[in-house]
Each structure stands twice: as structure tokens, then as C-alpha cells.
Design a protein around this ligand. Structure first.
Ligand code: 13P
Length: 346
């Protein structure tokens, strides 16, 4: 493993373990400005810096959030933002015992000569940006690669390019003292079957770990953020929660080294309750038999109900925070294998 001035394997390992501590998970609130604006537009919320700030203030000041959330992923705009009273969000999170993380990729762009495939950009100047975020107080980072399933895709070269970029990012993070969240997302769009998603997910993860090893990434000091294995949104055959839980864990079992401390799923657009139910079932079935923690790093599956209540109105802040905390508590229960549909009847 690479030895350098900044990297401290023990600190990275400790941070990674804190991020997947029992009963806690990650809250992704790192939507880029265009993504956040698109979600606001659907609910007629003004698409301004101030609206985005007010919404993020609502999230970070939710009382009790630290009971269920170990880390929050911010974006560049948000890490510099403050509450109305001038307190930096970073401080609000630290006071709530929530570790701050930062999304550092520059988004997925078309991969040249590969119609339908994307490559995530953002490696240029990344070392300097990571050093700045560390100075500000961030202790982990996120980079998302996007893999679509379709006719003849993903290609081998597309998979390798994305895995290589993820590994270069992860090594740079560790050099700067940040735990990398490695997120290769196989998208739900399309009519592919559960079995096709399983094959692609396994191939993606195999490539990712080959590249992580090539780039000398410390596996103990990272978190994997994969998709659950699911049939495509327009697949005529649906999958039961049992099939999803079994297939997802089987794929991870085959591909993720035991040294990785935790796996924190993205929600990928699944309905919030279903995301909790599927995570719960995996923990009910397999907890105690797996080398890594099975956790969550949800954006929409935690935030969406709160956003729909808030709708940009100050008067709705308390109710929106209650909805956010409720979803965080449901996912805490799912980590423990204690989530029930009855929890949704509030
Ligand atoms: P979703 O949970 O909404 O898929 O978002 C997770 C995420 O961080 C995407 O990069």
C-alpha cells in the first residue's frame, strides 16, 4: 500500500467504521444544483440559492437526526452554506455528532465512442479540492459512476473506464485523509430483468475491486455504495422483496472483499417504504453471517416525503422535519432487521 505524508490507515479505518456504526446510516443531501432545482420545480418551489439553503437548513437542523444518521453528504454549494443565524452547516452537523462528507465528482458525461454510456469526470485538480474540503472539516467523500443496462451495454471498456476513475478518486481521497464512498450505480431505467441486473452488477463490482486494488486503495478505509439488484423499471416481471434481498446479497458476497467495513446502498428512485423493507429483509436474513455491515446512503428515500411536505413554506418546516426523522428512524430499524410495515402508520 502507498505510504505518503497524509494518509493514516488507522484514522481512515476508524472513520469508515463510524460511518457504518450499528443502527446508523448516511444521508445523501448532495444533489447538484440542476438536480435540486428539478426536484423543486416539480413542487413549484422557487429555484434559488436561498430556497436551496433554506431546505438544507431544514434538513441539518432536524432534531434527533444524529440518532440515526452517522454522516451527511454535502455538495460544494452546501458545505459553504450557513443557517440563517450564520452558523455553518458543518458546525451544525458536528454538534449533532454527524460526520460531514462531500460529493467531489463533476457529473457523468457521454463516454466518447460509446453510445448510451457515461463516464464520470472530476479527477483534474481533485487533490487540491480534497485538501481544501479536509481543511474545512469534511472527513469523507463521494464519487458516483453511472452504468446503464441496454442492448450491448455496458461494454467492457465502459466498465473499465468507470472503475478506473473510481479507483483514482478513492486513492486521492485516502491520500488527503478522506474516506472514499465508492458508488458504482447500475441504473433502474430499462426493461432488463432481475437476472440481467445481477450479472451486470457483479461484473461492475468485479471491475471496481480490481481497479481499487491496482490503485492501492486501503479497503478497510472505504465504503461501497452500490445499487440493490432490481429488475428494470419497465421490466414486465417484478421481483418479490425476498428475491431482491437474496439476489443482492448473493452478488455482494461473490464480489466484495471481506476487508470492506460496510456497504451503504443508494435508493436509486425506489419508493421510500420499499427501500426500507428491502434493506430490512437483507438484515433479517443475513445479519451475523456477512463480513460487512449492510447500511443505507439514501437521498430520495429519506428526503422525498419531507420535501413534499415542505414545498418551500416556512410554516411546514416542523412537519417536514418530522417526516425526515421518521424515514431516518425506519432505516435505522431496517439496519437492525426490526423494520415493520406498522411503523409507517403514524
Ligand atoms: P438516491 O438514494 O436518491 O438514489 O441517491 C443516492 C445518491 O447519493 C446518488 O448519488
Amino acid at each position: 500500500m502507498a505510504d505518503n505524508a497524509f494518509m493514516n490507515p488507522q484514522i481512515l479505518t476508524d472513520t469508515a467504521n463510524k460511518l457504518v456504526a450499528a443502527g446508523k446510516g448516511l444521508l445523501a443531501m448532495d444533489e447538484s444544483t440542476p438536480t435540486c432545482n428539478a426536484r423543486f420545480a416539480k413542487l413549484n418551489i422557487p429555484q434559488t440559492v436561498e430556497s436551496r439553503r433554506a431546505y438544507r437548513e431544514l434538513i441539518v437542523t432536524t432534531p434527533g437526526l444524529g440518532e440515526c444518521i452517522s454522516g451527511a453528504i454535502l455538495c460544494d454549494e452546501t458545505i459553504r452554506q450557513q443557517k440563517k443565524d450564520g452558523t455553518l452547516f458543518l458546525k451544525v452537523l458536528t454538534d449533532a455528532c454527524i460526520i460531514s462528507g462531500i460529493k467531489v465528482d463533476a457529473g457523468a458525461k457521454d463516454l466518447a465512442a460509446h453510445p448510451g454510456e457515461k463516464i464520470t469526470e472530476g479527477l483534474d485538480g481533485l487533490r487540491e479540492r480534497l485538501q481544501e474540503y479536509f481543511q474545512m472539516g469534511a472527513r469523507f467523500a463521494k464519487w458516483r459512476a453511472v452504468i446503464a443496462i441496454g442492448e450491448d451495454i455496458p461494454s467492457r471498456s465502459g466498465l473499465e473506464a468507470n472503475a478506473h476513475a473510481l479507483a483514482r478518486y478513492a486513492a486521492l481521497c485516502q491520500e488527503s485523509g478522506l474516506v472514499p464512498i465508492v458508488e458504482p450505480e447500475v441504473l433502474m431505467d430499462g426493461d432488463h430483468t432481475l437476472e440481467q441486473c445481477r450479472k451486470v452488477t457483479e461484473e461492475v463490482l468485479r471491475n471496481v475491486f480490481i481497479q481499487l486494488n491496482c490503485q492501492r486503495v486501503l479497503l478497510e478505509g472505504m465504503i461501497l455504495k452500490p445499487n440493490m439488484v432490481l429488475p428494470g423499471l419497465t421490466c414486465p416481471t417484478s421481483a418479490t422483496p425476498d428475491e431482491v434481498a437474496n439476489t443482492t446479497v448473493k452478488s455482494l458476497w461473490r464480489t466484495v472483499p471481506a476487508a470492506v467495513p460496510g456497504i451503504a446502498f443508494l435508493s436509486g428512485g425506489q419508493p421510500s417504504e420499499l427501500a426500507s423493507a428491502r434493506l430490512n429483509l437483507m438484515n433479517v436474513r443475513f445479519k451475523g453471517h456477512l463480513p460487512w455491515a449492510l447500511s443505507f446512503s439514501f437521498a430520495r428515500a429519506i428526503q422525498q416525503p419531507a420535501l413534499e411536505i415542505w414545498r418551500g413554506w416556512e410554516i411546514n418546516v416542523g412537519a417536514a422535519q418530522a417526516a425526515l426523522l421518521h424515514r431516518a428512524r425506519c432505516n435505522r430499524a431496517a439496519r437492525r432487521g426490526e423494520y415493520t410495515a406498522g411503523m409507517e402508520k403514524r
